[in-house]
Design a protein around this ligand. Structure first.
Ligand SMILES: [Zn+2]
Ligand SMILES: [Zn+2]
Length: 647
């Protein structure tokens, strides 16, 4: 009988012991019992605990802030194995790393991704590992259309591969939950239902409990504070067409002589920040919410989600939008330090706020500010700090409400540097690889080769990590880019040998076929390609060759898939699915380039039908909602272009 000694009662420590027990039983048939302990005695078995409690056994290098910084060691000491971490979450990560050393892996979230190979015995000797991820911030943010299962699988997977923070957007994440449960873009989906506000809150609470159970960092909110100040809906990009009282209307930004909701959407609307009542209502709302949600570690304080909508009244015109933001942030920082001393505020450089303040300095004296760079308009063909991604145009501060979102990475990176916010401990990038770009992976971009460069670039820009803002389901055609991202953020290698290992675990013996197929697509499609527009999945002139390539691979993939073991068949099925979907894109673009708009649109309709019909099989790996929206956008654009070309 193997003893797993656990010092401490944090749920992440209990979970670490249970996971160890479960996986070792499956891998080695080992019977292990979990034994709570007061302190290290040197008894045989595996010891789990945070570093202080195991100081008699092992020494762990100090971290700047044990709540935020992860470090763990796995050491053999005279008949025992010690896994100690800087915090309970790190102990859990240490357990997963130990299992990885024994051959385990979690290629994607959920049972389908768990690989637990058989081993002869549980080795306790010969371990001397220490890990300290160089990036404090390694997060995933809810977006797209997830079910509760999808998010819980994601949260479970995150510490297995090294992510440490989860972000539930808005005061309640109902917008995203409803996209899945209402399932409006796929009429063939049989289980649809509407969610009440209470049900959405309950879904959030379930997620938060699992995040906290793992000792992970919880981020919340973001946009919506401007809407809250007006007493209007805060949860997502929903329109409001009810009455607005005159005293509330006076708080709304005046743009073009009118004080109106921006596009009818409260969260896209700015306030008249020179109006003290507007500022007070907004900040009171934040403080009140923070006090009611003490579990939150990082509270995102963002302005609206639209550019060029700032107040043009005489009072507001005295400061730039970012100066008003800095004034608000300084007041909030001081007030929150009193109201919720442990909580951090996350500020956002985005839209008009990509341009830093001109006169107001951000006051960091309360030690509760994190800054976040969100380059939403960036190029994904080049890495974030690539000087080659440049239009050559000089960077000129735009007039109020005349901002053009920079498409070139050089300009965006320069704006971040002008802000002067770089601070590896207290800043990170909020990036969108897994939101829309992933749909063009291997066709117009190449995530597998981009991610290592981007993560190195974040460091060069003094950003302390990444929050993935995107779908919870972008493990398509493989989970390598998402897995690779986690490992790179942890400072772990993710090179060719690691990719080969990953593919071997995901695809089994025929893995080289899978690698060759994917590498070949990128070679034929010409990805990555700078300047590709959103409707160009494949580089001009390449669609014909890509069609031929994909057709030629069909029998090879079919053969490899039918030879695969049951456990790997799902991974092959996704690859076959991707071959077919990419075929629709290539055919559509081929038609379009030859002036056959009608056929191009019909091809996209075939793709839509294919995605809807197969959704029940692909759902955990592929976000159909975002994809179907994209396809609808393509169709609308091409139909319009075709109509214009008619005499
Ligand atoms: Zn104003
Ligand atoms: Zn570029």
């Amino acid at each position: 009988m193997l003893n797993i000694h656990v010092i401490g009662d944090h749920p992440a420590l209990t979970l670490a012991a249970e996971e160890l027990q479960r996986c070792l039983a499956q891998m080695a048939g080992a019977q292990a019992q979990i034994a709570p302990a007061e302190g290290f005695t040197g008894a045989p078995g595996i010891w789990l605990g945070i570093a202080d409690t195991l100081a008699d056994a092992v020494e762990l290098p100090e971290v700047a802030d044990p709540l935020w910084d992860d470090a763990f060691c796995i050491r053999s000491v005279e008949g025992a194995l010690v896994i100690a971490g800087s915090n309970p979450r790190s102990v859990l990560m240490g357990v997963y790393e130990y299992l990885r050393q024994l051959g385990a892996e979690w290629t994607v979230p959920g049972d389908a991704g768990e690989v637990l190979p058989e081993i002869a015995e549980v080795p306790l000797g010969g371990f001397d590992l220490e890990r300290r991820p160089p990036n404090r911030h390694r997060g995933v943010c809810i977006e797209g259309a997830p079910s509760l299962r999808h998010v819980l699988d994601m949260v479970e997977w995150m510490p297995r591969v090294g992510y440490n923070a989860y972000f539930l957007q808005f005061q309640v994440a109902g917008y995203f939950w409803r996209l899945w449960y209402e399932h409006r873009l796929n009429p063939e989906w049989s289980e649809t239902r509407e969610l009440s506000e209470e049900e959405c809150e309950e879904l959030d609470r379930t997620v938060i409990a699992e995040v906290k159970r793992r000792g992970m960092i919880l981020h919340q909110v973001g946009h919506g504070w401007t809407a809250a100040a007006l007493g209007l809906p805060t949860d997502g990009w929903v329109t409001y067409d009810g009455e607005i009282a005159e005293e509330d209307r006076a708080l709304i930004a005046e743009v073009g002589g009118k004080r109106e909701l921006w596009g009818g959407i409260p969260i896209n609307t700015e306030l008249c920040y020179s109006n003290p009542l507007a500022r007070q209502k907004m900040l009171d709302g934040v403080i009140e919410w923070a006090q009611a949600h003490p579990d939150v570690d990082a509270l995102h304080f963002w302005l609206s989600d639209a550019p060029n909508n700032h107040c043009e009244c005489a009072g507001c015109s005295e400061h730039s939008p970012a100066d008003w933001y800095a004034l608000l942030a300084n007041e909030l920082s001081a007030r929150l330090a009193e109201a919720a001393p442990r909580m951090k505020i996350v500020l956002l450089a985005y839209h008009d706020l990509l341009w830093p303040p001109e006169t107001v300095e951000i006051d960091r004296s309360h030690d509760n500010l994190i800054s976040m760079f969100a380059p939403i308009s960036r190029c994904y063909a080049h890495s974030m700090d690539d000087p080659e991604c440049d239009s050559g145009e000089p960077l000129v501060r735009p007039a109020r409400n005349a901002m053009t979102m920079p498409r070139q990475n050089r300009q965006l990176a320069e704006l971040w540097r002008i802000w002067g916010w770089g601070d590896r401990a207290n800043s990170f990038c909020f990036d969108y690889h897994f939101m829309w770009p992933f749909m063009g992976d291997l066709l117009s971009i190449n995530l597998a080769t981009l991610m290592p460069k981007d993560i190195a670039d974040y460091e060069a820009m003094e950003l302390g990590g990444l929050m993935n803002c995107g779908s919870q389901r972008t493990f398509y055609p493989t989970g390598w880019p998402y897995w690779e991202t986690a490992r790179l953020l942890c400072g772990e290698p993710a090179g060719a040998a690691d990719r080969e290992r990953y593919f071997r675990l995901a695809f089994g013996d025929g893995y080289e076929t899978a690698i060759a197929f994917l590498n070949g697509i990128a070679a034929v499609s010409g990805a990555p390609r700078h300047g590709a527009e959103w409707w160009q999945q494949v580089a001009p002139g390449k669609a014909g060759a890509l069609r031929e390539y994909l057709d030629a691979w069909a029998p090879k993939l079919d053969a490899a898939a039918s030879a695969a073991d049951e456990a790997q068949r799902h991974a092959w099925a996704l690859l076959q699915h991707f071959r077919e979907l990419a075929g629709h894109f290539a055919a559509a673009q081929d038609h379009l380039e030859s002036g056959r708009t009608g056929e191009a649109v019909a091809e996209i309709e075939a793709a839509e039908e294919f995605v809807r019909r197969t959704e029940s099989r692909t759902a955990p790996a592929l976000e159909s909602y975002t994809l179907l929206r994209y396809l609808a956008g393509l169709k609308a654009r091409w139909a319009e272009t075709g109509a214009r070309k008619q005499p």
